[in-house]
Write a new protein. Structure first.
Length: 633
């Protein structure tokens, strides 16, 4: 899609849309008006026959293209019809043009959905871009002179040769720290991501733009003032009611849908609500040959408990390894989360049966479900241990623990804990969640890259994302960091790219507007009570899910990267991260990279996170940027 485009804009937009055919194999459309070109690839979900885009209002003065779904479109439609607007389709997208007519840009604040859309107002000569509150659907853009160019994925923007800028060194530094590139940056210089809950307004005549944030999460501070048994029971009933209603809203579809079922609490809760709402639920899961990574038995047990029509795919190592060559296209932007591979295989498997799948993403960020929240609380107690005892006894013992290759093994978690426990909460969280700490990036990045990062004034960065005043409570700060960082830029990116590459729509009812507002309004001690994570969420699900599901430890959705780098990926890793290649590219110090590989191969350290982060970046760089392109630093 392109706004403010030259006469040849239609050809450019057609090429951009072709790069996104996987996101919308059912339909394509474009329109060129007043020098503005809009294009769309459509995955038909609602009003399959009549929902062709671009879509316009009664007098063709307002045009729109949208990726996603507006879940409250029927309520908005009734309100708009009562105000005199005439609809010509049953599509949810049409409420955008009539809603904009009625309410202007404030229309976005009324939307409950996952969306990224572009709307052209011919009367004002303005293009409006908007993204949903939590960032479920992506939107990239670039300002190139008098042009605004935008698309759902980076690969479509890179069709335009004018936008090939090379790697942004600041984004590379952030990626090494966090394992993802946080919005509004992208890895490519000159291309940005529109942050969640933002609009961008572009003046076609003036070639200028402005950004506006229309919503932000607000986490409740303080403890629950009433902690009686009756209060807790009513809280549980209330939570289940909001959850059930959020799932009901996201079941709207004219095509078959199902649910991703991992056997964890969040996806199981969504599946349970689907069965309570009376539908015949199809559930989908994957199993792993490596036992420490496999939780398929729990998914099967939940499916049996709920009575779903369950489908399971067992992932053999060759299936996972066979996707490595496809990783650059799958990633779209470097991502140090190897679980995108099984997520894609699950999506591809699910797409054989349904066109839409609901999942449980978001529950850990809303209800303090990650072990890091407990670790942050433990760190406060660990900090009271005399420093000499920590340095001379605890830390040496932990460092000497034998290296295990299992998923989230004790030695891996213990070593991460002691490495970050002494730091302030924001840096501690980055050290636990990311790949490379500040001093490690200084040793790894080449001098040229470090100089540009320093010149940008971005050597240090705000872990809360945009410099806004955050919560006072440290654990609420962590929850907000996870929402603005990990959830938006890792979890939701992984779900979107993996599912859409399989032409499957992935929905996240735990991130429905109503459920997010409810969860963020709860006091912290209803999320993490003592060391009990997801306290209220688990309590509310008693009797809905089996007790063993509510009691089991969080496992995660990983693959045996540590083992692969010592086995089937060893030679490819040595080639992709070779000293000669590192020296030629100029990003990283060859000796530092070689040391990481040597330690891992000799079994002296588990460097899986660091090596995968580098490996994924190098594969992406080869796949996305021309081999002859020199990096601009």
């Amino acid at each position: 899609m392109a706004g403010g485009s030259p006469p040849e804009g239609r050809e450019l937009v057609a090429s951009m849309c072709s790069a996104l055919e996987h996101r919308g194999p059912d339909d394509a459309g474009s329109v060129q008006l007043d020098g503005v070109t809009l294009g769309m690839r459509r995955l038909s979900i609602i009003d399959v026959e009549g929902g062709h885009q671009p879509m316009h209002n009664e007098d063709s003065r307002i045009w729109v293209v949208q990726n996603g779904e507006i879940y409250n479109h029927l309520e908005l439609r009734h309100e708009l019809v009562a105000a005199g607007h005439i609809f010509s389709t049953r599509s949810d997208t049409e409420v955008l043009v009539h809603g904009y007519e009625e309410w202007g840009e404030a229309m976005v604040e009324r939307l409950n959905g996952m969306f990224a859309f572009a709307l052209y107002d011919r009367r004002r000569g303005a293009v409006l871009l908007a993204r949903d509150r939590m960032g479920i659907k992506p939107l990239h853009y670039a300002v190139d002179g008098s042009r605004l160019v935008f698309a759902s994925e980076l690969k479509a923007l890179l069709v335009d040769p004018a936008l090939r800028r090379g790697v942004d060194p600041v984004a590379l530094d952030r990626y090494l720290a966090l394992e993802f590139v946080p919005s509004p940056m992208s890895m490519v210089r000159g291309i940005s991501k529109l942050p969640p809950a933002y609009t961008l307004t572009w003046s076609v005549a003036e070639g200028t733009h402005s950004l506006r944030r229309y919503w932000e999460p607000s986490l409740r501070e303080g403890a629950d003032p009433v902690r009686s048994a009756r209060s807790l029971e009513s809280r549980c009933e209330e939570l289940l009611g909001v959850l059930r209603e959020s799932v009901r809203k996201e079941l709207i579809s004219d095509v078959p849908l199902g649910v991703f079922l991992s056997g964890g609490i969040d996806s199981s809760a969504v599946a349970a609500m689907m069965t309570q709402l009376g539908s015949d639920v199809k559930s989908f899961s994957v199993g792993f040959a490596e036992r420490s990574f496999d939780e398929s038995q729990f998914a099967r047990q939940v499916a049996q408990h709920l009575g779903t029509d369950h489908h399971e795919l067992v992932l053999e190592p060759e299936m996972l390894l066979g996707l490595i060559p496809k990783l650059p296209s799958l990633l779209d932007e470097p991502l140090g989360d190897a679980s995108i591979i099984p997520t894609y295989l699950l999506s591809e498997f699910t797409r054989r049966h349904v066109k839409v799948a609901l999942g449980g993403d978001g529950g850990d960020e809303l209800f303090a479900g990650y072990p890091t929240l407990q670790a942050h609380r433990l760190a406060a107690y660990y900090g009271r241990v005399p420093g000499a005892l920590r340095r001379r006894l605890v830390e040496p013992v932990v460092r000497r623990l034998p290296v295990s290759r299992g998923n989230l093994s004790f030695d891996f978690r213990a070593k991460r804990f002691v490495a970050g426990a002494a730091y302030p909460v924001a840096e501690r969280h980055q050290r636990w969640m990311g790949s490379f700490a500040r001093e490690e990036r200084r040793a790894l990045l080449s001098g040229d890259v470090q100089e540009e990062v320093a010149r940008s004034g971005s050597a240090g960065f705000d872990a809360l994302g945009d410099g806004a005043a955050g919560p006072r409570e440290p654990l609420n700060q962590v929850l907000l960091m996870d929402m603005r960082g990990y959830l938006e830029n890792d979890i939701l990116v992984k779900l979107d790219r993996a599912s859409m590459m399989a032409s499957l729509e992935g929905r996240v009812p735990l991130l429905n507007n109503d459920f997010v507002e409810y969860a963020t309004g709860l006091p912290l001690d209803l999320k993490l009570r003592g060391m009990k994570s997801k306290f209220l969420f688990k309590r509310a699900l008693r009797g809905v899910l089996p007790d063993f599901i509510l009691r089991r430890r969080k496992k995660g959705f990983g693959i045996p990267v540590a083992e692969w780098f010592r086995g089937p990926l060893r030679e490819q890793m040595l080639s992709v991260l070779s000293p000669e290649r590192m020296a030629r590219q100029g990003f990283f110090e060859p000796a530092a990279v070689s040391a990481l590989m040597r330690e891992h191969l000799e079994g002296r350290r588990d460097n899986r996170k660091q090596l995968w982060t580098l490996f994924a970046f190098e594969l992406w760089h080869d796949g996305y940027l021309a081999r002859s392109l020199s990096v601009t630093c």
